[in-house]
Design a protein around this ligand. Structure first.
Ligand code: NAD
Length: 478
């Protein structure tokens, strides 16, 4: 039984939910607490009580705690990666990679504790000085999805703590174990009680409760557009209003031009569309291909897809693990039917039987897709991609931008002119040239445009826009 973490100690909850391995539904990982509004109240009170002390704490102490957590995360990355893959279904290599990323993020923000400064400006008035400084926002509520169950909590918690905020985290119900481990490691690294609290449970209870809670100053959310929209509205309606940051879905284009290196293009598409079972906000779900390379690209990609091993996330040699749960699997299968009804041609997307009961599905590739089809407009969030044939670069760019989303956009080309033009004109927060749309660094800003993101960027030094509030002080020498 994994309990909530409130005010520095495990706190028993009245209800719990089983965490089940999607590679083998007979494997129950554990029972995880399902928090109530009362648990949330306790966590917010603990965070508020800890907030003044933590805000004034020495940056050296904050640095040392984050650095100790980074060291433990790195040392235990294989164990944490296994926990992650077991509950979420990405392959062990991907799981270990994500645990390593959590350690790197922690290490980066340990350094950021020491790098925070302000500005001094001359005043327009004689004898007056102006100082611009940053102060902690206060108590932050964090609501996270299941698909990066350790990296996303880490890249929210680390900057929040580095800049002197207290935290209440609500991870996704489908994959709480990784977040639980992260909170345990951080608390043992020396955080004062109440600085970091974990309340697991339902979005409609704990998540919604955070949005409405008067003791929370800001909400950092990652998840779907529909949930995000409601959270933003709730933050504005709340008393007092809350600062809010949303990272949401994508329908990311990957453009392949006639002059692309075919091998590079196919590898980027294969990785971007299908790795991590396509369950990435940055997945390449629209492959926009010019007509001179279209047939060769589709043939080579299909060939590579056939070679992928789909199976138990923890097994050696597995390339693609299971879909996270029956609901997501049903959604993927519904979209396969929708695509066929819309007139696209489907390859793959079969339900697969393995030695254990799990949610296994082969990657699916649609061809003859047009950008007005639902499969080209709506986020599916599974191993499903569609190929859209276009005449030339100009049409490719127009189709790439013709979407309500704007998270990541990629292009495979050997032309400097097209690469430069795409970097300038792609309507996305992140642009990749000859690289998959998924896969980012941790020391630079992460985020998108349009329906994909709302509010300040996450990660790197840019994260301070959300986690701090600016003060402008005027001094006249007396
Ligand atoms: P989701 O929106 O269903 O849930 C996300 C979180 O919100 C969960 O913790 C959930 O419990 C909580 N929640 C649900 N209803 C709520 C409510 N009414 N009030 C407050 N909280 C509520 O998303 P998901 O299925 O967990 O994750 C998949 C989605 O996340 C995809 O759309 C994906 O693109 C997106 N995502 C985005 C990024 C990014 O950085 N842009 C990264 C990863 C995932």
């Amino acid at each position: 039984m994994y309990q909530n973490f409130i005010g520095g100690r495990m706190t028993a909850a009245s209800d719990a939910v089983a965490n089940v391995n999607p590679s083998n539904t007979d494997d129950v990982i554990g029972e995880f607490a399902r928090g109530t509004a009362a648990d949330l109240d306790m966590a917010v009170s603990a965070a508020r009580a800890a907030a003044p002390g933590w805000a004034r704490s020495a940056v050296q102490d904050r640095h040392d705690i984050l650095a100790r957590a980074a060291t433990e995360l790195l040392a235990r990355r294989e164990e944490l990666g296994r926990i992650l893959s077991r509950e979420e279904g990405k392959t062990l290599g991907e799981g270990i990679g994500e645990a390593t990323r959590a350690a790197q993020v922690m290490d980066f923000f340990a350094g950021e504790c020491l790098r925070t400064g302000g500005e001094m400006m001359p005043s327009t008035r004689p004898g007056v000085g102006v100082e611009i400084s940053r102060e902690p926002l206060g108590v932050i509520g964090m609501i996270t999805p299941w698909n990066f169950p350790i990296a996303i909590p880490a890249w929210k918690i680390a900057p929040a703590l580095a800049w002197g905020n207290c935290v209440v985290l609500k991870p996704a119900e489908l994959a709480p174990h990784s977040a639980w481990m992260l909170v345990d490691i951080l608390n043992r690294a020396g955080l004062p009680e109440g600085v970091l609290n974990l309340v697991m449970g339902k979005g409609s209870v704990v998540g919604q409760g955070m949005v409405e809670h008067s003791g929370i100053d800001g909400i950092s959310f990652t998840g779907s557009v529909a949930t995000g929209r409601g959270i933003a509205a709730g933050c504005v309606a709340a008393q007092p209003m809350k600062k809010v940051q949303l990272e949401m879905g994508g329908k990311n284009p990957f453009v392949v031009l006639d002059d692309a290196d075919l091998e590079v293009a196919v590898n980027c598409a294969l990785n971007g569309a299908f790795f991590s079972t396509g369950q990435r906000c940055t997945a390449s779900s629209r492959l926009i291909v010019t007509e001179g390379i279209h047939d060769r690209f589709v043939a080579a990609l299909t060939e590579q897809m056939r070679g992928l091993k789909i199976g138990d996330a923890l097994a050696q040699n597995t390339d693609i693990g299971p879909v996270v749960d029956p609901g997501q699997l049903a959604q993927n299968r519904d979209y396969l039917e929708i695509g066929v009804r819309e007139g696209a041609r489907l390859m793959g997307g079969d339900l697969l039987k393995r030695n254990t009961p799990g949610h296994f599905m082969s990657p699916a590739l649609f061809t003859d897709v047009t950008n007005d089809m639902r499969i080209a407009r709506e986020e599916i969030f599974g191993p499903v991609a569609g190929v859209i044939r276009v005449r030339d670069y100009d049409e490719a760019l127009a189709v790439a931008n013709d979407t309500e989303f704007g998270l990541s956009a990629g292009i495979a080309t050997t032309s400097l002119r097209h690469a430069s033009d795409f970097k300038r004109n792609a309507e996305a927060g992140m642009v990749m040239v000859n690289l998959p749309t998924a896969g980012v660094d941790y020391h630079v800003p992460f985020g998108g445009r349009k329906a994909s993101s709302y509010g300040a960027r996450e990660q790197g030094a840019y994260a301070r826009e959300f986690y701090t509030t600016v003060k402008t002080a005027y001094t006249k020498a007396g």
